[in-house]
Design a protein around this ligand. Sequence first.
Ligand code: AVJ
Length: 323
Amino acid sequence: MLIYSNATNRQVSEFAADVCAGLTKSGQRELPSKYLYDGLGSVLFEAICALPEYGLTRADARLLQKHAAEIVGRLPGTVQVAELGSGSGKKTRWILEALSQRQKTYYYPIEISPSALAACEKELGQIDLISVVGYEETYLEGLRSVARNRNEGESLLVLFLGSTIGNFDRDAAERFLWEVRDTLLQGDALLLGTDLMKDVDTQILAYADPTGVTSAFNLNLLGRINRELGANFDLSRFRHEVLWNADHRRIEMHLRSLSQQYVEIPAAGFAIALNEDETIWTESSHKYYPQEVVRMAEKAGFHCDGQWIDREWPFAQNLLFVQ
Ligand code: AVJ
């Protein structure tokens, strides 16, 4: 697979700067959830997707498998596919196979994790009539590169699956959709996967699995800071915690400090003193009502052409066209 990469030392210093900003913040400390996905984190996330308690990925995949033909049938002309955060690429197969029935298709996974890009190539590189060209860039940078290189008369289908949008606060999600919209042209489409509201116990259990995989996924963020920034977090002195924030309708993951402790992060040039019981907030996963997604898309300059909902695990695929 061809990979366009911008990866440099810049990424190490960006990581260090983000870790420093989040951990030295006054009030609630936090770490950006995008850093959960290093090599080990990506493997742990794949394991999460296999947990009986985490129905999200299976619902996402079921909808794509069931409705791929109808979804691609609504796209006019020759279509190229870009995916934001391709992950392993397993779910994308259904869309690419449906498209390859009618045309040769270019597929551009955009992904800052090189290991995820490689997994994606392995999964999807062998399909006839599909060419994979990976972009090791941030979502918007990658999308701008793809949009810049497109041929005249071709339209773009952007995939943003798995409810990754849920990691953004609601305002930021709308702004992000707006920025995606801004890279696109009339006739282009965005297929957006969104996890829907369901009963609170089911939602909490999906992130507080009794097997402990999500706990390992969360703690690995501290392990990554140890490995990449030379820090000395003692992972046994933190506990994975999950809460439902009803005001914001989101799951929050935190790491709770089990004692008063002092941690040094040399490559980022700072140290912190954590109190017993203090938490570091590592991720939000917002949950949506179906109509809320339609409204958010409209405010961001899209119109919703179709919404497919899984009954077993409430989750929606939303096909959005540029207004
Ligand atoms: C991949 C961001 C959608 O928020 O549900 C899974 C990540 N975190 N378990 C989610 C995740 C903990 C997941 N997303």
